[in-house]
Design a protein around this ligand. Structure first.
Ligand code: GTR
Length: 335
């Protein structure tokens, strides 16, 4: 009898415990369901541009993989202002994601300035090898100390000058030209070194700055020049190709640290696919923009002797590159 009671008691106790465990398990599940997240992501470009379309693709992937639990909402066309502001919002966690030029990342993580020096890359191909390799990964990882999670690089071709005064055919034509550059002192020195007058202005104010004559022109890749309608004001485009600045898409570390390992993994997986997709979109868009510009009657000056431009910017590479000379040597060694 005693044995049986004990036995029953024992059995009943185990059942009770198992029930409690189950209840706790279910409660824990209820308290922490796989959290839904709408990832807000900003871009200065409109939908249809390679970068915004690539992020849209990322949103589609995440939504598919999670049955809509993870979504991306894109704030395009500077709805949230310029890139410096966007990065600040991402750093404090008010915005989950943004896509920006590496041009404005240098002031946050200085090593990125290695990519911001004029004529530092010999070709787009070399830049690809650098960002796809160890150097690219190293730098993305260093963003963490700036409160950012680097998800991947995007293509942005090479940047050249446009202005509304006269065609730039040689470096002498740079004299006195007021040229808007991205918000980074390197670019101001770069234009000044070439004999112009560099002014750092937010991208969100550039169209008006050109219209009102605050600047005579700016510098950018063909898709930006075309899509942002800068060609309407500055009709002379000269392919000096003085900068090959990649772009990046970054996540807020503040928000990232609260995500489940699974969600982090999904975002990483989608990001890797985004890089390839944007590269394809970019190649097609660059050509399409050059064609569209020609149709608009824009004179694109192509046969420029880059030698004097390279020479004139040597002091800029020396001044800003001194702090990361080892990194620059590694970049140079990439064939
Ligand atoms: C574009 C780039 C933008 C922005 C802009 C600028 O090429 O895609 O992210 O950096 O240049 O000049 O500010």
């Amino acid at each position: 009898m005693k044995r049986t009671e004990e036995g029953r008691g024992g059995f009943g106790g185990r059942a009770w415990l198992a029930g409690l465990m189950l209840a706790l398990f279910l409660l824990a599940g209820l308290a922490r369901p796989a959290a839904a997240l709408e990832i807000k992501s900003s871009d200065v470009h409109p939908m249809g541009y390679p970068t915004t379309e690539a992020i849209k693709y990322m949103g589609d992937l995440l939504s598919d993989w999670t049955s809509g639990r993870l979504q991306i909402k894109i704030f395009h066309s500077m709805q949230l202002g310029g890139e410096k502001e966007a990065l600040e919002q991402v750093q404090v966690g008010a915005l989950e994601m943004t896509r920006v030029s590496v041009g404005v990342v240098g002031p946050i993580v200085e090593d990125f300035n290695a990519f911001n020096l004029p004529y530092v890359f010999r070709s787009i191909d070399q830049m690809h090898k650098v960002v796809d390799g160890e150097i690219g990964t190293d730098l993305l990882n260093r963003l963490e100390k700036g409160g950012l999670i680097g998800l991947g690089y995007m293509d942005a071709g090479s940047r050249s000058f446009y202005n509304k005064t006269h065609p730039i055919r040689s470096i002498d034509d740079m004299k006195g030209l007021k040229i808007r550059v991205m918000q980074n002192p390197i670019f101001v020195d770069m234009v000044n070194g070439m004999g112009g007058n560099g002014l750092s202005v937010s991208f969100s104010e550039l169209y008006t700055a050109m219209q009102t004559g605050v600047v005579d022109g700016a510098e950018n890749n063909p898709p930006t020049y075309e899509v942002q309608k800068h060609f309407e004001i500055a009709k002379y485009y000269s392919l000096t190709e003085h900068l090959i600045v990649p772009e990046i898409f970054v996540f807020s570390k503040k928000v990232w640290d609260k995500l489940s390992p699974l969600d982090q993994q999904l975002i990483r997986k989608a990001s890797a696919l985004v890089v390839g997709r944007e590269r394809e979109l970019w190649a097609a868009k660059e050509q399409a923009s050059l064609d569209a510009l020609k149709k608009q009657g824009i004179q694109v000056i192509t046969n420029i002797d880059k030698g004097p431009f390279i020479k004139a910017t040597a002091p800029v590479r020396e001044k800003f590159g001194a702090k990361f000379s080892a990194l620059l040597k590694r970049i140079e060694a990439v064939k």
